[in-house]
Design a protein around this ligand. Structure first.
Ligand code: UDP
Length: 562
């Protein structure tokens, strides 16, 4: 039932010693999480039919001695050597267990600042980030999954330029994604074109850093190789449901989960394409059932999980955040014959995500009646709104990098990258993937246009090679508009439409969204600047931009690079 690429990845990284099939894996996971035989059957069924999959650590570790089931963590980093190295040690423990960690390094004093105890000078957050990176590199050799990190620095930290430039050379600090935490005040100055305005004055040297210095560094870095990302502090905190516990200043590695220090979160994604019938209708009754079962499943995990350290257990159980999201979204749009980059596409996606969020909140309310609301509910925004829930946040959009391969669907809410491409897995093996819906529809269209079987076959073959080489079918003259409009790719879609789709989802997502905003290789720094400002105005919580071909090590490659 699972395809070749899926089987390979399952065998390499997911099956335990005694397992040989996906059935057995699903049985182990369902058995480890369920409280009753009925629940076990429900959990088994939703995973085995590929309608829902939890994040990789759950698939890998549930029911084993490790039993660490969460993908997302953030840790507190203080300004003392003890605090910094504590965070490093905890990070290593998280990575060993298959999780990814986010750190905001802004508490660390800037490079060159005085250190009282040694009467020396401080080395600054970036040098410590390199040490964290090295530790991750060592740990990753042991595990089944690469330990990923997010390094964050606030836009008003004196070392911000050094941070922005820390990954200028490809391969530097490779185990980190980096993001600048920007504020509305800073973005307002950029929007108003106040680039000469002094933003930071460095204490030791009196060096002045302007808004323009920082903005140029950001856009230049993104143009060069896609980093740093931006995180929008004020929007993240406007939507923080537990402000009494403090402000949020960090996310997990791919940015979809803003978390308080020491919180962790288990993610799970529903494969939307499984709920679309042949007529293109969405089976809402069945979707509702899966959402409810998935929320129960994710909530159970919080109690069954083995946490790396007690602080994480305590922080996680205080808010009981879970991250339910969608994958296979572009596939679902294709099945409904709605273009991804259209108002209709965004409307459909917004309404489905609203349905997911409302149903998840309703199920969390049911769980709260049974077991009580999350412990920090009093004083939370949920309480203020008169809504009792068991989980402070319920919805997220994860990248689903691995689980979408297992489920054989388009990843997260991303548009299909190419309908034929070479994918490299973490073991360095490459697979040629041809999108099944694309191939089927292509054959149908060619069948109507070319009655001669030889010509039909030749035309289909030509399109498949063309799309494998170039990633697009938009320039093939004989394909009808009705086909090319539906089979757009991440690179065909304009950045504005990427951002609008992210915004359509964000409105109904409690946490955040992992998404890449693709821009053509010819894009300028000015266009990148425009896209960042547009994302901020659309009230996204964060943004990642990737300019085509700006990195050599991209995971997804078109034919000519793969
Ligand atoms: N993650 C990680 N290492 C990886 C991939 C992912 O630590 O190699 C973490 C990271 O926090 C990321 C989250 O898992 O944001 C979810 O990633 P994804 O949805 O791609 O994971 P999957 O469950 O598909 O493996």
């Amino acid at each position: 039932m699972t395809g070749e690429a899926a089987e390979r990845i399952l065998m390499l990284r997911y099956y335990r010693d005694d397992e040989k099939s996906f059935d057995e894996l699903c049985r182990r996971v369902a058995g480890a999480i369920a409280d009753s035989p009925e629940e076990e059957a429900e959990y088994f069924d939703m995973m085995n039919t590929l309608r829902f999959l939890p994040n990789s650590p759950t698939l890998m570790n549930a029911g084993t001695d490790m039993n660490q089931l969460a993908a997302c963590f953030t840790l507190y980093v203080g300004d003392s050597i003890t605090e910094i190295f504590d965070a490093m040690k905890w990070g290593a423990m998280i990575h060993k267990s298959g999780g990814g960690t986010g750190y905001n390094f802004s508490n660390i004093r800037p490079e060159g600042a005085f250190v009282e105890s040694s009467e020396g000078v401080a080395s600054g957050p970036v040098s410590f980030m390199k040490a964290f990176d090295a530790v991750t590199g060592v740990i990753r050799q042991g595990g089944r999954r690469r330990g990923a990190n997010m390094g964050i620095l606030n836009v008003d930290h004196p070392d911000i330029l050094k941070f922005i430039n820390s990954k200028t050379r490809e391969g530097d600090i490779a185990n980190f994604n980096i993001s600048v935490m920007v504020t509305d005040r800073f973005m307002g100055l950029v929007e108003a074109g106040r680039f000469d305005r002094v933003w930071i004055t460095r204490e030791e040297t009196a060096e002045e850093i302007t808004v323009g210095d920082i903005w140029n560094g950001i856009t230049e870095g993104i143009w060069r190789n896609g980093e740093p990302g931006l995180l929008f502090y004020d929007e993240i905190n406007r939507k923080n449901m537990t402000p009494a516990l403090g402000n949020i200043n960090a996310t997990n590695p791919c940015g979809e989960q803003p978390l308080l220090p020491f919180e962790s979160c288990v993610l799970g994604s529903i494969n939307l394409s499984k709920f679309i019938d042949e007529k293109g209708e969405t089976d809402l009754a069945s979707l509702e059932k899966t959402i409810r079962t998935a929320v129960k499943f994710l909530d159970r995990i919080i109690d069954k999980n083995r946490y790396p350290i007690p602080e994480i257990e305590e922080a996680t159980k205080r808010t009981r955040k879970v991250g339910l999201g969608l994958m296979g979204v572009h596939d679902a749009l294709i099945m409904r014959r709605i273009p991804y980059d259209s108002p209709e596409g965004r409307k459909y996606c917004g309404s489905i995500m609203q349905f997911v969020a409302e149903t998840a909140v309703s199920e969390s309310g049911r769980l709260a009646e049974e077991k009580g609301p999350f412990p920090a509910w009093k004083g939370s925004v949920w309480e203020k709104n008169g809504k009792m829930v068991r989980n402070a946040a319920l919805t997220t959009i994860a990248p689903t990098g691995s689980i979408s391969i297992i489920a054989e669907c388009s990843s997260g809410i991303e548009p299909v990258f190419s309908y034929s491409y070479t994918r490299m897995n973490t073991a360095g093996e490459s697979f040629r993937m041809v999108h099944p819906l694309f191939k089927k529809e292509l054959e149908t269209v060619a069948g109507k246009l070319f009655p001669n079987p030889e010509e039909r076959e030749r035309r289909v073959g030509e399109v498949l090679s063309h799309v494998h080489e170039t990633g697009t079918v938009q320039d093939i003259g004989w394909l009808p508009d009705s086909f090319t409009k539906i089979f757009t790719t991440a690179l065909d879609i304009r950045w504005r439409d990427h951002i609008l789709m992210q915004a359509a989802f964000q409105e109904h997502v409690h946490a955040s969204i992992s998404k890449t905003i693709n821009m053509p290789g010819t894009s300028t720094k000015n266009e990148i600047s425009e896209a960042l400002l547009f994302a901020w105005r659309c009230r996204l919580k964060g943004i990642t931009i990737y300019r085509t071909s700006s990195r050599k090590d991209a995971v997804l490659c078109l034919g000519k690079f793969g």
